[in-house]
Design a protein around this ligand. Sequence first.
Ligand code: SF4
Length: 77
Amino acid sequence: MTELKCPMYKECPFFNDVLPDMPSTSNLMKKNYCDGDFKRCARHMVTTTVGKEHVQKTLFPSNVEEASQIIANHKNE
Ligand code: SF4
């Protein structure tokens, strides 16, 4: 079992602010992304590519399509 955790875990507002009414969903995502394959997280992708100021509060870790769009838009600026 890997002990790797996303380096943005402490400062990422996602689980505290966005999904207060959906603990089972957020826990599952936490397990899959924050405690697991965080490099696949849409928020992590945007942060490491174009900066955390471009991460929308409502961006879900699973929404890689939107992350790609945000990254493409900002790379073209
Ligand atoms: S939601 Fe993504 S960026 Fe935020 S802590 Fe989890 S893996 Fe990291």
